[in-house]
Write a protein that binds this ligand. Structure first.
Ligand SMILES: NC(=O)c1ccc[n+]([C@@H]2O[C@H](COP(=O)([O-])OP(=O)(O)OC[C@H]3O[C@@H](n4cnc5c(N)ncnc54)[C@H](OP(=O)(O)O)[C@@H]3O)[C@@H](O)[C@H]2O)c1
Length: 253
């Protein structure tokens, strides 16, 4: 006998589901019985993931949306409600990581990270707060899973603004628990370490190379490892909230 609840009947939303952690999480939640809305900008990539889910017998809805656009995220939330039902499991995962020394003055990159990792995360929170609270008020499991980073606590040169945006997500998650927890919505903050995804694709040659060297040296997390964790936290009994999970490759200090 296991101490878990089924994900069958849950309505999940995963942002950043076109690749990496989000893609693997969407596939896993659907395999575990949830109906899943996949949000990201690249429609063709979303369609490919949805085809994989559907071929395996799951239910999935692709929604091409830029989370930096608050109105578009609100429209996406309405589409989820109309086509799948009221969301009760929201994985606020989409993010970007860009790296340069502060004195390179790449304010364009700073803005992109602020707009995506901070404002975008808030847009998703805003759009899905009501269905999460309603699900909990109706006696159902309700989960908000935010994907931060161990970078919120562990600092590297050239990633100051990225780390700061992730510290925002960690602080937001902790604060949200004080508002949502008493109303039955679990808030989980996941802080992954080094993971092998497309996250480094926006880096320049030098930083991209450093990242792949770290992968070779450490043996990074795979996207399915994070998917596994999200499925685990969402399938605990309603009164159990894994508040914060730091998940690292075993060899990462
Ligand atoms: N990989 C790691 O080492 C690591 C470690 C700690 C934390 N994280 C965090 O994990 C999360 C997922 O990243 P990942 O590693 O899986 O990288 P990834 O493969 O690059 O995935 C990022 C996803 O976010 C989406 N996205 C980016 N900007 C968006 C926007 N404006 N609107 C909508 N979707 C957007 C991307 O799709 P589109 O481009 O199609 O929009 C993509 O599907 C991020 O928040 C990242 O900070 C990653």
């Amino acid at each position: 006998m296991t101490n878990e609840t089924s994900l069958t009947g849950r309505i999940a939303v995963v942002t950043g589901a076109a690749s990496g952690f989000g893609e693997a999480t969407a596939v896993r939640l659907a395999a575990d019985g949830a109906k899943v809305a996949l949000l990201a900008r690249r429609k063709a990539r979303l369609d490919a993931v949805v085809a994989t889910i559907t071929a395996a017998g799951g239910t999935a809805l692709p929604i091409a949306v830029d989370i930096r656009d608050a109105a578009a995220v609100t429209t996406a939330a309405s589409q989820v409600a109309n086509e799948l039902g009221a969301a009760d499991l929201v994985v606020n995962n989409a993010g970007v990581m860009l790296g340069h020394a502060v004195d390179d003055g790449r304010t364009d990159e700073w803005q992109q990270m602020i707009d995506t990792n901070i404002a975008g995360v808030l847009n998703v929170l805003h759009a899905f707060t009501r269905p999460l609270l309603d699900a909990a008020a109706g006696g159902h499991s309700a989960d908000l899973v935010n994907v931060s980073s161990v970078g919120a606590h562990t600092f590297f040169p050239d990633y100051a603004v990225y780390s700061a945006t992730k510290a925002f997500v960690t602080a937001l998650s902790g604060s949200l628990r004080t508002e949502f927890g008493p109303r039955g919505v679990r808030v989980t903050n996941i802080e992954p370490g080094l993971g092998e995804t497309e996250l480094g694709q926006g880096l320049d040659g030098t930083h991209g190379e450093q990242l792949t060297q770290m992968w070779d040296a450490i043996g990074p997390l795979q996207a399915r490892d994070i998917a596994d964790l999200v499925a685990y936290v969402a399938s605990r009994p309603r009164h159990v909230n894994l508040r914060q999970v730091i998940v690292l490759p075993t060899a990462q200090a």
